[in-house]
Design a binder for this molecule. Sequence first.
Ligand SMILES: Cc1cc2nc3c(=O)[nH]c(=O)nc-3n(C[C@H](O)[C@H](O)[C@H](O)COP(=O)(O)OP(=O)(O)OC[C@H]3O[C@@H](n4cnc5c(N)ncnc54)[C@H](O)[C@@H]3O)c2cc1C
Ligand code: FES
Length: 268
Amino acid sequence: MYLFEAEIIEKWQLAADIFRLRLRAGEEFIAAGRPGRFVMLAPVGGLYDPLLRRPFGIVRCGDGWFEVVIKAVGKGSRNLVGLPAGAGITVHGPLGNGWPQDESGEQPLILVAGGIGIAAIAPVIFARRAESETFLLYGAATKDELVLLDEFTTHDGRGPQIEVITDDGSCGRRGLVTELLLEKLEEYPGARVFACGPEPMLKGVQKVLRERDIEGWEGWLSLENRMACGFGVCLGCVQKTGSEPETKTSKVCTEGPVFAAGEVIFDD
Ligand SMILES: Cc1cc2nc3c(=O)[nH]c(=O)nc-3n(C[C@H](O)[C@H](O)[C@H](O)COP(=O)(O)OP(=O)(O)OC[C@H]3O[C@@H](n4cnc5c(N)ncnc54)[C@H](O)[C@@H]3O)c2cc1C
Ligand code: FES
C-alpha cells in the first residue's frame, strides 16, 4: 500500500451532490488497484477537520491516473468534492481485498448496485466489458442519482445488459433492485452475484440468495462500514461474520470490504 499526495487532474459533476475526481498516481499504485479495492482520502493538509481520511472505491484506472466517484454526505466528502482541479489529495491505498476474479470470464455475472454503491460495481464493468453475460441491475432513489450509465458501453457496443429501477419511477420501473435480481436469477440460476449499496439493500440481496438456495450459489457483498484507519488497527469497521453459533468479528478494511454473502451477519 502507498501513501502519497495526488493532484486532481480533472473533476466532473455527475449529479447535484456526486462528483468524479481523476487523480494522478504512479504505475505501481495503478497495478495494485484491482476492482473492489479502495483508498482513504483527505485534502492535503486537511487531516484535522474532520480528523480522519475517508474511504472511497477505486472506480477506474488509466495511464498515470485513477478515478473516484464521491457523493457528498458530510464534512469529509464535502471537503474533497469542494477542491478544484490542481489541488492535492492525500491518498492511502489501495486497501482491502477486492472482488473475486473469474479466471475463465465465462460464468454469467449479475451486478447489483444501489445508489452510490455503483462506485464499487463500476470497476468490474470496466474490466469485463469484453465478456458476454454481464448484467447490471442498478437501483436509485430517483433518476438524478443514476450516474456513469453512459460510460458502461464501449463505442462499438460492448458492455453489460443494463436494467434500472428507481424508488419514484422517474427512470425504469418503480421498485427495489432486489425485484430485478429475483427475475434475473430465474433466467440465470447459476450466475454469480456481486452487490454494493446501502445495508437494507445488501440484506435484501442476501435474503434473495438464501431463499433461492441454488446449489453452488455464489454471491458477494461489498460492505461500507464506517472506517477510521483503513488498515486494520482501530477496529472501527468490524462486522459480525460466520454462521451461528460459529461467529466472529471481521475487519471490513483488511478482510473485506468484499465478503461472501452467506458469511455476513447483519444486525436485525
Ligand atoms: C470501503 C468503502 C468504500 C466506499 N466507497 C465510496 C465511494 O466510492 N463513493 C462514495 O461516495 N462513498 C463511498 N463510501 C462511503 C464514504 O466513505 C462515506 O460516505 C464517507 O466516509 C462519509 O464521510 P463524511 O465525513 O462526508 O460524512 P460524515 O460526516 O462522517 O457522515 C455524514 C452522514 O453519512 C453517513 N455515513 C457516513 N459514512 C457512511 C457509510 N460508510 N455508509 C453509510 N452512511 C455513512 C453518516 O451516518 C452521516 O449520516 C465508501 C465506504 C467504504 C467503507
Ligand atoms: S478501519 Fe481501522 S480496523 Fe478497519
